[in-house]
Design a protein around this ligand. Structure first.
Ligand code: NAI
Length: 248
């Protein structure tokens, strides 16, 4: 079996953008840990897609919101593979409601998975990355962190939180050659967005200059770039992928 020289972990990678990130990162001599908390047969399918591109891939189930599970999983990666080069914080959920009707538990759940989940994974990945004096951390924020969206106070706050988290950690880890960035996708056609009412989808489309929704592969291509050697001088940055919906 080919020697592994690059180890990656992508959270929430059973489907959607996470799956596309795994495929975009997949190449020979790369080992990718495909995390999810549910949809594990789909996570196995994601692994197959990576293997087709010559990578090694393995499902690693855990809940990003549980710091103990995250620490144990990253420990397993480092013990088994000797390193962790790339972390993609992709796992995320939405539980939408207008602020007056938003339940506290829906606020907590979204913030726990989207924001604290990234904190848990970054914290666990920091030690091996600092030790090896190399790392690439990429988190999936959202355009709504910048423009807001009615009914998404919890989601928008969690995604805006990721931006601050990214910038703070980028400053902390820069001296060890660990880069920390985020991408902020706009409306991307995945299972998550398919759940939105048609009326909302049509309203969103009307605001997008490129006049179409994005594809998960278009987000994954930017993530793969940020994970590459070519992006070594980019840190603390957020790259917008939104068809012109906002021009920051
Ligand atoms: P998706 O719902 O298709 O996939 C998310 C995956 O994360 C699922 O497989 C789910 O099981 C997993 N997940 C959920 N909670 C988890 C947990 N606690 N631990 C581990 N895995 C967990 O969503 P999609 O559309 O692929 O989104 C991926 C990321 O991109 C999310 O963070 C989302 O907020 C973000 N995003 C999506 C946009 C879109 O238009 N689809 C736009 C901007 C950001």
């Amino acid at each position: 079996m080919a020697e592994i020289n690059r180890v990656a972990l992508v959270t929430g990678a059973a489907r959607g953008i996470g799956r596309s990130c795994v495929v975009a990162l997949a190449q020979p001599q790369t080992l990718i840990y495909v995390n999810d908390v549910a949809n594990l047969p789909l996570a196995e399918e994601t692994c197959e897609l990576a293997r087709v591109k010559g990578a090694q891939a393995q499902v690693l189930p855990f809940n990003v919101a549980d710091s103990h599970e995250v620490a144990a999983a990253v420990d397993t990666i480092v013990k088994t593979s000797g390193r962790l080069d790339v972390l993609v914080n992709n796992a995320g959920i939405a539980k939408d409601n207008l602020i007056a009707r938003m339940k506290e538990e829906d606020w907590d759940r979204v913030v726990d998975i989207n924001l604290k989940g990234a904190f848990n994974c970054i914290k666990a990945a920091t030690r091996p990355m600092m030790k090896q004096r190399y790392g690439r951390i990429i988190s999936i924020s959202s355009v709504v962190a910048y423009m807001g969206n009615p009914g998404q106070a919890n989601y928008a706050a969690s995604k805006a939180g990721l931006v601050g988290l990214t910038k703070a950690v980028a400053r902390e880890l820069a001296s060890r050659q660990v880069t920390v960035n985020a991408v902020a996708p706009g409306f991307i056609a995945t299972d998550m967005t398919a759940d939105l009412p048609e009326k909302i989808q049509a309203e969103m489309l009307a605001q997008i200059p490129l006049n179409r929704f994005g594809a998960p592969e278009e987000v994954a291509a930017v993530v793969a770039f940020l994970a590459s050697e070519a992006a070594g001088y980019i840190t603390g940055e957020v790259i917008h992928i939104n068809g012109g919906l906002i021009m920051a």
